[in-house]
Design a protein around this ligand. Structure first.
Ligand code: G1P
Length: 290
């Protein structure tokens, strides 16, 4: 029986970021900053605070800034040292020491399922986490850690879900589920970006998954689905038909920063929580006239 210890996280970052064009024409959407940290750093920090030390980032053309961000920056460090900016220096060093990073390139943008498949050789026969950096979840216990806890208990795949508004269901993978405990559901089916009429619930998959290595052989056989892409949701659907799968209503404040309005809302909330800016920013917001 494969172990239930989860130590690796896959962070897909190969998407074209079309929703943020032209900002993402020449720089990765994963590097868009929420206040002062790029989106992908929130995902990495979530993984690390849940005890995941091996981070596999799926990249593609035009994504080198991501690798540079998590690498040592010798000149910058020297410069900060010489100018006595100790606090910044510490923060810059901390970023390059966050985790063990490994980068795999997805050569063609064939969808999330295909991106996950690119990491198969690095995962081996272990369960693993998937974190989509578009979704930023501000939570007392890291969202992916909440899923790991249940995975260690249940031994089935666990998906993070959130209840969304009816007009939002067509933007997400939606589950069909039966209650299985407090905040827990047994997943009976999944559908990628259904219309409101087709949607079996309002429980949307929010980019947090604990998956067994068995998902790879299913992904290999998964045909292109929605938008002609190999969808992780379709592979999960196949898996849910043959073995149990659970979903957890994640506890936390979740932002879909992959969407312009969601990104703006996240910026405002993280700005308000920022110890250096929060008070001044709140005063500014209160004074705005509409
Ligand atoms: C992806 C998944 C979808 C999930 C969503 C979460 O869609 O395919 O099932 O609900 O992330 O944000 P994307 O937003 O990449 O189109």
């Amino acid at each position: 029986m494969p172990s239930r210890k989860v130590s690796k996280a896959i962070i897909p970052a190969a998407g074209l970021g079309t929703r943020f064009l032209p900002a993402t024409k020449a720089s990765p959407k994963e590097m868009l900053p929420l206040v002062d940290k790029p989106l992908i750093q929130y995902a990495v920090e979530e993984a690390v605070s849940a005890g995941l030390q091996d981070i596999i980032v799926i990249t593609g053309r035009g994504k080198r800034a991501i690798e540079d961000h998590f690498d040592v920056s010798f000149e910058l460090e020297e410069n900060l040292k010489e100018s006595g900016k100790e606090k910044l220096l510490k923060e810059i060093r901390r970023i390059s020491e966050l985790a063990n990073f490994c980068y795999v390139r997805q050569r063609h943008a064939r969808g999330l399922g295909d991106a996950i498949l690119c990491a198969q050789h690095l995962i081996g026969n272990e369960p693993f986490a998937v974190i989509l950096g578009d979704e930023v979840i501000d939570a007392p216990v890291p969202a992916i850690g909440q899923l790991i806890e249940w995975y260690e208990n249940l031994g089935t795949p666990v998906l993070g879900v959130y209840e969304v508004e009816p007009e939002e269901v067509s933007s997400y993978g939606i589950i069909s589920a039966e209650p299985a405990g407090p905040r827990l559901f047994k997943v009976t089916d999944l559908i990628e970006k259904p219309s409101l009429q087709e949607a079996p619930s309002r429980l949307a998959v929010i980019g947090r998954y604990i998956l067994p290595p068995g998902i790879f052989s299913v992904l290999e056989k998964t045909q292109p689905g929605k938008n002609q892409e190999i969808q992780l949701t379709d592979a999960l659907r196949t898996l849910a038909r043959s073995s149990p799968m659970h979903a957890l209503l994640v506890n936390g404040n979740r932002h879909d920063a992959g969407d312009k309005l969601g990104f703006l809302k996240a910026t405002v909330e993280f700005g308000l929580k920022n110890p250096e800016l929060g008070d001044r920013f709140a005063r500014y917001l209160k004074g705005i006239r509409f």
